[in-house]
Design a protein around this ligand. Structure first.
Ligand code: AHZ
Length: 318
């Protein structure tokens, strides 16, 4: 049963700016030429501190029991969060992102180039989110990858049921013994595990375990975890590498060379629950399956995110 999302005072919505008429709002326009009389409303420093920390600790408290944890806020993780949070506003969703800036590799299209390419039918996702693009026939182009990422982010972060914990790394998985009869893997015996949440730490602490005395981590319980930590790298492919360490999968297939045509279908179709309670999507999956990489085309990342959301609902039997 999903945990109920705590009711909060409704957020004050700003009216959408009208950027077509070449005018700013009367209130903003009134600031022009009036800087000599300008002053901010008064504040005390502790008020600012409490405004931040009270909310953060409230979020830590409520999200300690989440319905779903998404590891990684790259193009796949964010697409999964958007789909899931839109379909199920009653689910409490935590996104844990190691970087300060969410978005993973999706701030640029490829190398240092701005435009982001997606092969059809991934344009369906862009229409849903409201990301503008140019239609080039079999593929579409968003004029800047940052426009895609910032638009999806703004939609996801605006949802009441989602909390992004950025600058926070997943250091391990919470596991439970997978009892016989719990699912189709039950007959494998007591060596099988079920993922039941994540172990977290500030990323700066995670990066300094070698030169600091032990700083123990924190935890988030959740019946389903979606891992989208990208292909192998300093942080990448985190969960699937851990599954090898825990002897839940024998070895990783290892990401193969680039083949756009083959890679994108394989990643989307392969997005699935790898061990009970752990769904893997995006480029992390290429490390499990030995799939090709696709390079600078992002359609598979967003549709893998959509499929990962569908898998979550299937696991929940919703
Ligand atoms: O910071 C990572 C990034 O934002 C985050 N991450 C990794 N390990 C983590 C951990 N805890 C918390 N242990 C972690 N966060 O995961 C995010 C992964 O984003 P990404 O953009 O690297 O992966 P993706 O699968 O969403 O998108 C891949 C995009 C690529 S790579 C590629 C190629 O190399 O050919 N082609 C495409 C389209």
């Amino acid at each position: 049963t999903p945990v109920a999302v705590a009711s909060k005072a409704p957020a004050v919505k700003s009216p959408d700016p009208d950027t077509t008429n070449g005018k700013l709002s009367p209130a903003l326009t009134a600031m022009f030429h009036n800087w000599s009389t300008f002053s901010f409303a008064p504040i005390r420093e502790s008020t600012v501190s409490r405004a931040m920390t009270r909310r953060y600790f409230h979020d830590l408290d409520t999200h300690a029991e989440s319905d779903v944890v998404i590891i990684g806020a790259g193009s796949c993780g964010l697409s999964c969060a958007y789909t899931l949070a839109t379909l199920r506003p009653d689910l409490r969703i935590s996104i844990v992102e190691a970087g300060v800036a969410p978005g993973g590799g999706a701030w640029l299209g490829g190398q240092l180039f701005s435009a982001m390419v997606m092969r059809k039918p991934a344009d369906v996702f862009l229409r849903d989110v409201g990301v503008p693009f140019e239609d080039e026939g079999d593929y579409v182009v968003v004029k800047h990858a940052a426009l895609f990422t910032s638009t999806v982010l703004s939609r996801v972060l605006g949802m009441e049921n989602v909390k992004l914990f950025n600058a926070t790394a997943v250091e391990d998985l919470i596991t439970r013994r997978h009892h016989e009869g719990d699912g189709e893997d039950g007959e494998e015996g007591e060596g099988k595990i079920r993922v039941a949440g994540v172990v977290t730490n500030w990323t700066l602490v995670s990066m300094h375990h070698d030169d600091q005395s032990c700083m123990d981590p924190n935890t988030i319980n959740a019946p389903v975890v979606v891992s989208t930590t990208g292909h192998d790298g300093p942080f990448g492919a985190f969960s699937v590498k851990r599954l090898v360490g825990m002897k839940q999968i024998e070895k990783l297939g290892g990401m193969r060379g680039l083949d756009m045509q083959a890679a994108e279908d394989a990643i989307v179709k392969g997005t699935r629950e790898i061990v009970p309670g752990l769904i893997v999507g995006g480029m992390e999956l290429s490390e499990v399956d030995g799939a090709n990489r696709m390079g600078p085309t992002f359609g598979a990342m967003v549709l893998s995110g959509v499929k990962a959301a569908e898998e979550v609902l299937r696991v929940f039997d919703l």
